[in-house]
Write a protein that binds this ligand. Structure first.
Ligand SMILES: Nc1ncnc2c1ncn2[C@@H]1O[C@H](COP(=O)(O)OP(=O)(O)OP(=O)(O)O)[C@@H](O)[C@H]1O
Length: 461
C-alpha cells in the first residue's frame, strides 16, 4: 500500500507565505488580515479531529429511482465487505456506520453502482465512506488505475491518502499513487496503482496530456470537498474536463460540507443521475449561554477587567478573541506574565503549528487560548466554559458580525453545556455594535462591573 513517489516533500500550507513569525508594520491598522482560506480550515479540522461529530438531525435521502427500496445499514457486517476491509474498519476503531454512512455506504456499494451527491458537515464520516467504496470496488489483479479521487489541495489529498492506507492496511495488494505536483512519473509509462488521488490539474494532466492513466478504465470517480474545490480558480473546469474523459458507467461520487447554489450547480455537472444524501448541520443557539458586557476605556483596562474576572471565578478553559494579530500577541504576553498557561493561535503559523496549538489546548495543557477570529473559525472546542470577546466580531465595514458572534459563543442545542460569554466594550462604537447584536438575537446581554468581585462571583453560579 502507498507507493508515494515524491521528488519533493512540501507540507507547508498554501495559504501561508512562510512559517516564520514576523509582524507587519501595518498590523495595527489592518483588522485581521489573515486570509480566509477554506482549504486551510478544512485541513485544520481534519488534523485536529479525532472522532465523529455528534449529530441528532435526520439524514435526508433523495433517490434517483424512488421506487427502488431504500437500504440503510446499522452495522458494517451488513455491507458484506471483503474481510480485509472489515478488519481495516475495525482496526480504525469504527464500531458502527455513522449517520451518513448508514445510507451512503449501501448506495455506493450497490450493484450496479449508483451515483451519489452527499452533503454533511465536516467530521461526519464522508471521507471514510468513499474510501471504503473505492477500496471495495478495486480489483487488485488488474494492474491499472481503477479509482480516481480529486481533492482541492496537495495537503488534503495527502490526508485522504492516509485514510486509504489505514483502511487498506490488511489489503496490501491494493496500491495507491498521488497525482500531485512534484510527483514525477517517467514519460510513456502507465500508472499501475489501483487508486490515484490528487489535485485536479495534475490528475487531468495524467489522464489527458501525459496519458499515465487510461480514463476509460476508471470505475469510481470521487470529487471531495466540492465547496472548497470551487473556491479555487480553475479547479471547477479541470474537474469537469476529467469527468468528461470517464466512461458512462463510471460511478461518480461528490462530497461537500456545505451546499450553496454554486456548489449545487457544479455537483450536477459532475454527477449525472445522482442519488442525494443531505445531513443538516446542528444548529447553534445562545439559549444555554449567559452573556455579559464590561465597560472599559482601553485595551489595558480590558486586560485589568480580565484579571479581575480570573481573580474572582474559576475558569477551566477560556477562549479569547481579538481583532488583530497584534492585540492577540500582546494579550497573550500579558496573560503569561500574570502566570497563566496561554496558547496563542496566530495567522503567521503554518497549519501544522496551528493544529498542534489547538490539540494542546483540547488536551488541557493550556487553559487560555488567545486567537484572532480567522484562525479559530470552524473549530469546535467543546469543553470551553468561557468565551471572551476582547474585541467584538465585526465585518470588513465595521458592522456587527452576528454569524461570527453566534459561532464563537453558541453551542449546539442538545449537547450544550451552560456557557459564559463576556464582551469587552471600549467605545461608543463598540457599545453600538453590542446593542445591535443584542437586538439581532433578542437575548439580553447584562452589564457586569468587574471592580465588584461579589458581582463577578455571581455570574459563575
Ligand atoms: N463509522 C465511524 N465510527 C467511528 N469513527 C468514524 C466513523 N467514520 C469516520 N470516523 C472518524 O470520524 C472522523 C471524521 O470522519 P471523516 O474524516 O470521514 O469525516 P468527513 O465528513 O469526511 O470530515 P472531513 O471532511 O473534515 O474529513 C475521523 O476521525 C474518522 O476516522
Amino acid at each position: 500500500m502507498g507507493s508515494l513517489r515524491l521528488t519533493e516533500n512540501r507540507l507547508a500550507p498554501k495559504a501561508e507565505t512562510n512559517g516564520s513569525v514576523t509582524h507587519r508594520a501595518d498590523d495595527d491598522k489592518a483588522a485581521d488580515e489573515d486570509k480566509e482560506d477554506v482549504a486551510v480550515q478544512s485541513l485544520l479540522n481534519k488534523l485536529i479531529r479525532s472522532s465523529l461529530v455528534n449529530t441528532t438531525n435526520q439524514v435526508e435521502v433523495l433517490q434517483r429511482d424512488p421506487s427502488s427500496p431504500l437500504y440503510s445499514v446499522k452495522s458494517f457486517e451488513q455491507l458484506r465487505l471483503k474481510p480485509q476491509l472489515l478488519q481495516g474498519v475495525y482496526a480504525m476503531g469504527f464500531n458502527r456506520p455513522s449517520r451518513i454512512q448508514e445510507n451512503a455506504l449501501p448506495m455506493m456499494l450497490a450493484e450496479p453502482p449508483q451515483n451519489l451527491i452527499a452533503q454533511s458537515q465536516s467530521g461526519t464520516g464522508k471521507t471514510a465512506a468513499f474510501v471504503l467504496a473505492m477500496l471495495s470496488h478495486v480489483d487488485p489483479a488488474q494492474t491499472w488505475t481503477q479509482c480516481l479521487c480529486v481533492s482541492p489541495t496537495y495537503e488534503l489529498a495527502l490526508q485522504t491518502g492516509k485514510v486509504i492506507e489505514q483502511m487498506g492496511q490488511f489489503y496490501p495488494e491494493v496500491k495507491l499513487s498521488y497525482a500531485i505536483r512534484g510527483n514525477k512519473v517517467e514519460r510513456g509509462q502507465k500508472i499501475q496503482e489501483h487508486i490515484v488521488i490528487g489535485t485536479p490539474g495534475t490528475v487531468l494532466d495524467w489522464c489527458h496530456k501525459l496519458k499515465f492513466i487510461d480514463p476509460k478504465k476508471i470505475k469510481v470517480f470521487v470529487l471531495d470537498e466540492a465547496d472548497v474545490m470551487i473556491a479555487t480558480q480553475g479547479h471547477q473546469d479541470q474537474s469537469i474536463r476529467i469527468q468528461r474523459l470517464l466512461p458512462r458507467d463510471c460511478q461518480m461520487l461528490l462530497f461537500s460540507a456545505t451546499f450553496e447554489d454554486s456548489v449545487w450547480r457544479f455537483a450536477e455537472r459532475i454527477v449525472p443521475d445522482p442519488n442525494i444524501i443531505k445531513l443538516k448541520r446542528e444548529e447553534e443557539t445562545l439559549d444555554n449561554i449567559k452573556q455579559y458586557y464590561v465597560l472599559c476605556n482601553s485595551k489595558e483596562e480590558k486586560f485589568a477587567a480580565l484579571c479581575n474576572i480570573y481573580g474572582a471565578i474559576t475558569i477551566a478553559q477560556a477562549m479569547i478573541f481579538c481583532h488583530t494579530r497584534k492585540t492577540a500577541g500582546w494579550l497573550a504576553g500579558e496573560l503569561s506574565r500574570e502566570g497563566h498557561q496561554v496558547a496563542l493561535l496566530s495567522g503567521e503559523m503554518v497549519v501544522e503549528q496551528r493544529a498542534a496549538v489547538i490539540e494542546r489546548f483540547r488536551e488541557g495543557k493550556e487553559k487560555v487560548l488567545v486567537t484572532t477570529n480567522v484562525c479559530a473559525r470552524g473549530i469546535d472546542v467543546e469543553q470551553v466554559s468561557v468565551v471572551i470577546n476582547f474585541d467584538l466580531p465585526v465585518d470588513k465595514d465595521g458592522n456587527p458580525n452576528n454569524e461570527t458572534y453566534l459561532h464563537r459563543i453558541g453551542r449546539t442545542g442538545r449537547f450544550g453545556k451552560r456557557g459564559l460569554a463576556i464582551n469587552m466594550i471600549d467605545s461608543k462604537h463598540s457599545m453600538n455594535i453590542l446593542n445591535k447584536i443584542q437586538e439581532h438575537f433578542n437575548k439580553k446581554i447584562e452589564k457586569l462591573n468587574t471592580d465588584d468581585l461579589d458581582e463577578i462571583e455571581k455570574i459563575a453560579n
